[in-house]
Structure formats: structure tokens, C-alpha cells
Write a protein that binds this ligand. Structure first.
Ligand SMILES: Nc1ncnc2c1ncn2[C@@H]1O[C@H](COP(=O)(O)OP(=O)(O)OP(=O)(O)O)[C@@H](O)[C@H]1O
Ligand SMILES: [Zn+2]
Length: 744
């Protein structure tokens, strides 16, 4: 610890509390209590008590302060983590208390670890030895102390037999430590034979992991090139040196394949961190990160805020994934923050992807990040062949979505005993339901969005707020029967069509909204890998990261779906997603191919995918961004004002925009006057405009878009705007999103 010991008497602790407030609160430290920055404490807050973390300690300044109630028995937050939390709050403009909450809540929420009691033999003989008692004593393992229930189960006796043995003095209870949160991985458990390219890449990563210096590296490798095997070598090196590793993954709850591969390489599964863990389990992993017992943690984005003792390596797998952006509460991008955390910890960070984001690519090109490429698939396997099906010439029949050439290909693949995947990134049966008689559309009462029909659940569902209603038999507007019509396809409808076309195929539809949750999906993904299905129909859930060795044909039902949504990253996203999906094909013995149904095969994204000329795509897309001064060549921030009264919300948003445009003295930035073309160094404020999804959960939404030059301090600008604009109320809220990924 580099911080000085706190003076014992009458000092003041500045405590950060996990609520939506930026400042610390000052509390008197009662005499006799030793505190240091990072310590967890219990403090009074209004009428209640809460936990907080000591952020600083200063000499007493007079005045009456409330006292700290107690020091809590949790490992203190390390100083580097506290600095990181401050940094994240400053960058995202989120209140520091909320950022602390992400880092500390798990430690506290589960309450104290229950004391576990085990039993061991005292050596004394029981007064009476019945057959059941003999069995119980014989079942007692020599070096473990099982619980009463465990022992009773193992011996096949009732718990009262065990009680009797305790009363007799033959067994005695002993207190056990908490359950282990993590197994110890072995760096040399089973090394993979690496190809030459892989070995070269692994060597660079290993070297970086040894340096104890901030070192970001982009590991770009085509789908199936074995990026995982390669970064495992850096993990092994870090383990051998006693460091901890964090592996971030976009869909950790679904990656049982990853867990198995890790176990094959290192002998045990990694500790996991995601939202589906129980609070108790989370608390244990949290503690194990803090005391170093968890050497490798594989987790979702929030694992970034764990209190690692000696973090030496961070891996961000599928670094381009939009799932790394948290869109609620503290709005942050876990990939970007991972790089920041690595800088704070002075360690290596590996960003792995087959289709890196433009931002990361550009950082690599400019030499800010190291850059490694794997150009081919492992073991000489071929990349899938991509072909377009031009829907202008080969459209599907009316009310159908699978074109004749795709039908043909699916049939042939089935005959050959091979597995196919139909990909459509749309959940449910149909995205729109309307009345053919009167034109009535079913819309969400809380959001400006159509209700999506989910035929399986017999419901109309809003994908924005979760509103559910029964699909009626008669039109609520005109009262006619049998006039309601499903428009457009979702995966459920596609599955129906596929089942008609290929009645003999073993068919699986996979979608995140089916009953059974994660457990079921894990099992189904495994069943696909084991070739228990001939045809899989799914959303992006099946498209990413999985290894399906029997899959040889991917049919993309609507390759154009993401191209026209007005998002500046639309082209990049579509390119990444389609490449990922196609990359599921041909990973086993047999070569694979992907057929992309499209209305615009000449679109640059499709051209790049079909020709395999990724360099050209990156070059063109990067040039477009540079010209438009979009990220990474400029900065963006989205500001959403929401409220339950449309007019009041708009008025508020206008006032906020005016405040943003006020000239500021010595601020270090200049704002383009409203309505005028921004100059080279100006920050521009666009809007307010009604958001594309104008209402969500009953709140009207207006958006401002702030566009700033790369060098501008956009945070300072946003802070000034917030400081000078109208103040939010209980109803009218401002949400700031620095570097937005979503423009809805
Ligand atoms: N050196 C190796 N030895 C044995 N198997 C390997 C090796 N390298 C890769 N593989 C196998 O090749 C397959 C693809 O590897 P991996 O999943 O790591 O690729 P990837 O680059 O992460 O692909 P994607 O980007 O599509 O997720 C896996 O089944 C993996 O086990
Ligand atoms: Zn809704």
C-alpha cells in the first residue's frame, strides 16, 4: 500500500456511496478505528445505513459530522481500481457513486458468508454401534469434513443417525472455510500444437504478457484461425508468472464451449462472472479476484470492475461486438474501458476479432496498438465460399422467404447428411401485424414501435419495453374477424416454412426468447455441435463464436436487413455480422459455403464479403469516416431527454441545446453557432430531434447529437452544457452517451 496510515484520532473520511451522486460524503472517524482509502465502511445516510468505500482521509476540519459506524470485513478496493473508477466516471459523465456500485455491489449484496460446518471423527468409539452407525463412520472420508446431510446421503442413513453419533462423542462438528470460488489452472496442462503462424503470434503475445507494461495488441484472424488457442498461450505465460487474467466475452452465459476448451488446455474451468450467477456465487468470485485465488476470470463486461489483486493480462474476445456497450445506467464501452484499465494496471490487453472495429483497426494502423494477423484457418481448412442470391431474379414465392436456389441448396445438403443454418436476425413470428380490412396496425401502448407477433407464445410483444398482449381474433379497430395479417418474417415463421420444405430434416429453431433460458440454449448449442440437428434456424445468437464442426451451409435470409437503419456504423456492423455468420460454415473436415439473399448485391458491404477483399472494405469505410469526421476521426455524444409530457420534453431539450451553444470563456472549445456550418475546430450541436423510437416505456424522447473534433474535450463541453442547462426533475431526465453505438 502506498497510502499513509490514517491518523487514529478525529480524522475525516471522504466516503463514496453507491448512489447516483458524484461527490464523496465526509464522516468523522471514531477514535480507535483504523481506516485506509479503499476500506469498506458502514455509514448513516439520512435515516438509513448504507455501505460506502473510503475514497480519501483528511485531517479534521471542525464542524459536526456524522460518524462512520463500522469498518466492514471486505477486501479493500485497490488504489488502481479506485483510480479506474474515477476515470470511468469522468469519461462517461456518470455519477461516481453509480460507477462504484458496479464495482462493489457484488461484495456486499449477498451478506455475510454462511458458516459451513463439517463433521470429523473424534477417534472415540460410539457407545452403541448399530449397523447404520457403522456405515456412517465408514463413509467418513479421512481428509474431508462433509456436512451432516452429505454424510447421511453418502452412507445411506437418516440424519438422526449422524446426530446420535455426535451426541455420543464419536463425531464432532468443525467450522470450515468458505467454499472455493475458483480452481487452480495449470499453465502446462495440455499445450496445443500450434501452426507456424499461430506459434509466431503466440510468441508476440507471450512476450507482451511478460513485460509488465501497458501494451494493447490487436489479434486479427479469420474465423476459425484459432485465435483462442493463440491467446491461451499468453494466458499460460501470465499464470506461470503468478499474474491474474481477465477474459471478456460478449455472451459469456452461452459459452460452454469456451469453458470446455479452457478446461482442456488448463485442466480446470475458469471462474465465471455474469449476471446469471447467484449473489452468493458473485460475492465469492469477487473475493477470489481480490485475494488472487481466482487466477483467470472469464466474464461479461462488468467483470472489468472486479478488484483484481495482480491483473497482468486482459483479453477482449470478439472486440468488435456491440454487446460490449452497456446502454443503461453507467453507459460505457467495455472494450474501450478494458484498454483504460490495462493502462492503469500497466499490463497487456489483447483485442481479438475476425472483423475488428474501424476504431481498433485504425489504432493498429497508426501504431498505437500492436497488430498480429492470422491469415488462414487452422489445419489447412478452407474459408467458406460466399455467394449472393439476387432476389430481383430469384425472389421467393409470395408470403415465403426462402428463394428457390436456397431451397435447392438446403435440400442437397440434407441429402448429403450435412448440417445447414438459416440465419435471420429477427425474433418472433412476424415484425408487424395489421388488419387487411381497415389497416389498423398493432403498436405498443408505451413505445413507438410495432408489436412483434410471437406465435409460439401466442402473444404480441414489444421488443423495447416487454409489453405483452394476446393476439385477438377480431380487429380491435373495425371489429372484423379473420382480417389480421402477419407481415414480414421472423425466425419462427422461417422455421415454419423450412419445416414444410424439408419435412424429414431434424430441425431446431433457436432464439433467446424461447422458454428454458440459458440452460436450454446451452444444451441446444451443444446438440448442434454434436450433429443432432440437420437444419438450424436462428438469430445472431447462433451466429457468433460457436464451433459447429458439421455445419457446411449457411443461408442468410436477409443480408440487407441492417444496411439502411441510419446508424453511422450500419455498414461496418453488417459486414461484421455476415462475416461471423458465414464463418460458422466449414469449420470441420468438410468445406463450407454461405449463400446471401440480397436485393442489392452491388452494395459495397456485400461486394467486400463476396470478393473477400476486406482490405478494400476497411480502406473505404475508414475513408468515409475520416471525411465525415466520425469516430475515430472525431467524437460523438448522444444526449437523450425523456419525459412523460411530449411538449415539456421538447421544451427542455431545446433549452439544453441553447445552453450547449452558449459561448464559453477560456473553455478550450468553440461551438458552431446554431444553423451554421461548423468550422474545423468547432463542436457542433445537432437537434433536438424526436428520437427514431420516439417513445419508450411511456416516455417521450428527444435527441441531441454532439459532434466534436478528435482533440476536443467533449466531456468538459458536456459538463458545461449540463451545468448551464435546465435541471432534470423526477420526470424529465437527461441521459448522456459518450461515443454512442446506438442512435435510436
Ligand atoms: N493449434 C491448434 N490445435 C488444435 N486445434 C486447433 C488449433 N488451432 C485451432 N484449433 C481448432 O480450430 C477451431 C477454430 O479455432 P478458434 O475457435 O480458436 O478460432 P477463432 O479464430 O476464435 O474463430 P472465430 O473468430 O470464428 O470464433 C477450434 O475447434 C479449435 O479447437
Ligand atoms: Zn413497448
Amino acid at each position: 500500500m502506498d497510502e499513509a496510515r490514517a491518523p487514529a484520532k478525529h480524522a475525516v473520511a471522504d466516503v463514496l456511496i453507491p448512489v447516483a451522486v458524484d461527490q464523496t460524503y465526509s464522516y468523522a472517524i471514531p477514535s480507535g478505528l483504523q481506516l485506509e482509502p479503499g476500506d469498506f465502511v458502514e455509514v448513516p445516510l439520512g435515516a438509513r445505513k448504507t455501505f460506502g468505500v473510503v475514497w480519501g482521509i483528511s485531517p479534521a476540519a471542525g464542524g459536526k459530522l456524522k460518524s462512520i459506524e463500522a469498518r466492514l470485513d471486505f477486501p479493500p478496493l485497490p488504489s488502481k481500481l479506485r483510480e479506474f473508477l474515477d476515470w470511468v466516471a469522468a469519461w462517461t459523465l456518470a455519477p461516481r457513486g453509480m460507477v462504484l456500485r458496479m464495482a462493489a455491489h457484488a461484495a456486499v449484496e449477498a451478506g455475510a458468508e454462511p458458516v459451513r460446518i463439517g463433521l470429523r471423527a473424534t477417534g472415540a468409539a460410539p457407545k452403541r454401534l448399530t449397523e447404520a452407525r457403522r456405515r456412517a463412520l465408514a463413509a467418513l472420508p479421512p481428509d474431508l469434513a462433509p456436512s451432516k446431510a452429505e454424510l447421511a446421503r453418502q452412507a445411506g442413513v437418516s440424519p438422526s443417525v449422524i446426530d446420535a453419533l455426535i451426541d455420543d462423542g464419536a463425531l464432532e462438528p468443525v467450522a470450515l472455510g468458505p467454499e472455493r470460488a475458483a480452481e487452480i489452472p495449470c499453465p502446462d496442462f495440455c499445450r496445443a500444437e500450434l501452426s507456424d503462424d499461430q506459434a509466431k503470434a503466440a510468441e508476440i503475445l507471450r512476450a507482451a504478457a511478460c513485460e509488465n507494461l501497458f501494451k494493447p495488441i490487436l489479434l486479427e484472424g479469420v474465423t476459425g484461425s484459432g485465435k483462442t488457442e493463440v491467446y491461451f498461450e499468453a494466458v499460460a505465460e501470465t499464470l506461470a508468472r503468478g499474474g491474474q487474467v481477465l477474459i471478456l466475452m460478449p455472451e459469456i452465459a452461452l459459452t460452454s464451449q469456451f469453458r470446455d476448451r479452457f478446461a482442456k488446455r488448463f485442466g480446470v474451468a475458469p471462474a465465471e462472472w455474469h449476471s446469471e450467477l447467484t449473489p452468493r456465487r458473485r460475492a465469492r468470485v469477487w473475493r477470489a479476484a481480490a485475494d488472487g485465488a481466482a487466477q483467470v476470470i472469464a466474464g461479461a463486461r462488468s467483470a472489468l470492475f472486479l478488484p483484481f489483486k495482480t491483473l497482468r493480462l486482459i483479453i477482449v474476445d470478439e472486440e468488435h461486438e456491440a454487446a460490449y456497450k452497456q446502454e443503461e445506467g453507467v453507459i460505457y464501452h467495455a472494450r474501450d474501458m478494458a484498454v483504460v484499465r490495462a493502462r492503469q494496471e500497466q499490463c497487456a490487453v489483447v483485442l481479438a476479432s475476425a472483423t475488428p472495429s474501424i476504431e481498433t483497426r485504425e489504432n493498429a494502423r497508426q501504431g498505437r496498438y500492436g497488430y498480429i494477423r492470422l491469415e488462414s484457418r487452422y489445419a489447412g481448412r478452407q474459408m467458406p465460399v460466399l455467394k449472393a442470391i439476387d432476389l430481383r431474379q430469384h425472389g421467393a414465392a409470395r408470403g415465403k422467404w426462402i428463394s428457390p436456389p436456397l431451397v435447392e441448396a438446403l435440400k442437397r445438403n440434407l441429402e448429403q447428411g450435412e448440417q445447414s443454418l438459416l440465419f435471420l436476425n429477427r425474433r418472433g413470428y412476424a415484425p408487424l401485424t395489421l388488419c387487411r380490412a381497415c389497416g389498423h396496425k398493432f403498436e405498443c401502448p408505451n413505445c413507438s414501435a410495432s408489436l412483434v407477433e410471437h406465435r409460439f407464445r401466442r402473444a404480441l410483444v414489444c421488443h423495447h419495453c416487454g409489453h405483452v398482449e394476446r393476439r385477438p381474433d377480431i380487429c380491435p379497430a373495425c371489429g372484423q374477424a379473420e382480417t389480421l395479417s402477419a407481415c414480414g418474417p421472423g425466425v419462427e415463421r422461417l422455421a415454419e416454412e423450412a419445416a414444410e420444405l424439408l419435412p424429414e430434416a431434424r430441425l431446431l429453431m433457436l432464439s433467446s426468447d424461447m422458454p428454458g433460458g440459458t440452460e436450454r440454449m446451452r444444451a441446444e448449442l451443444q446438440a448442434i455441435a454434436d450433429h443432432k440437428f440437420d437444419l438450424v434456424i436462428g438469430t445472431q445468437l447462433v451466429a457468433k463464436g460457436h464451433n459447429f464442426p458439421y455445419l457446411t451451409l449457411v443461408g442468410v435470409v436477409d443480408a440487407d436487413i441492417g444496411l439502411s437503419n441510419g446508424d453511422p456504423r450500419a455498414a461496418e456492423r453488417t459486414f461484421q455480422l455476415l462475416n461471423q455468420v458465414a464463418g460458422r460454415a466449414g469449420r470441420g473436415e468438410k468445406p463450407g459455403r454461405a449463400l446471401l439473399q440480397t436485393w442489392q448485391p452491388e452494395h459495397p458491404v456485400l461486394r467486400a464479403l463476396l470478393s473477400g477483399d476486406f482490405e478494400r472494405f476497411y480502406a473505404e469505410e475508414t475513408a468515409t469516416r475520416r471525411l465525415a469526421r466520425l469516430p475515430p476521426f472525431g467524437r460523438l455524444a448522444g444526449v437523450v431527454v425523456s419525459g412523460s409530457d411530449r411538449n415539456a420534453t421538447e421544451v427542455f431539450a431545446r433549452a439544453l441545446a441553447r445552453a450547449a451553444c452558449l459561448p464559453a470563456e477560456n473553455a478550450g472549445w468553440s461551438v458552431a453557432p446554431p444553423g451554421e456550418l461548423p468550422g474545423e475546430a468547432d463542436i457542433a450541436v445537432y437537434g433536438p430531434a424526436e428520437a427514431p423510437i420516439a417513445m419508450v416505456r411511456g416516455k417521450y424522447r428527444f435527441r441531441l447529437l454532439i459532434k466534436a473534433p478528435r482533440k476536443a474535450n467533449i466531456q468538459a463541453f458536456l459538463r458545461a452544457m449540463r451545468g448551464r442547462g435546465p435541471k432534470p426533475t423526477k420526470d424529465l431526465k437527461i441521459s448522456i452517451d459518450v461515443d454512442p453505438q446506438s442512435f435510436l
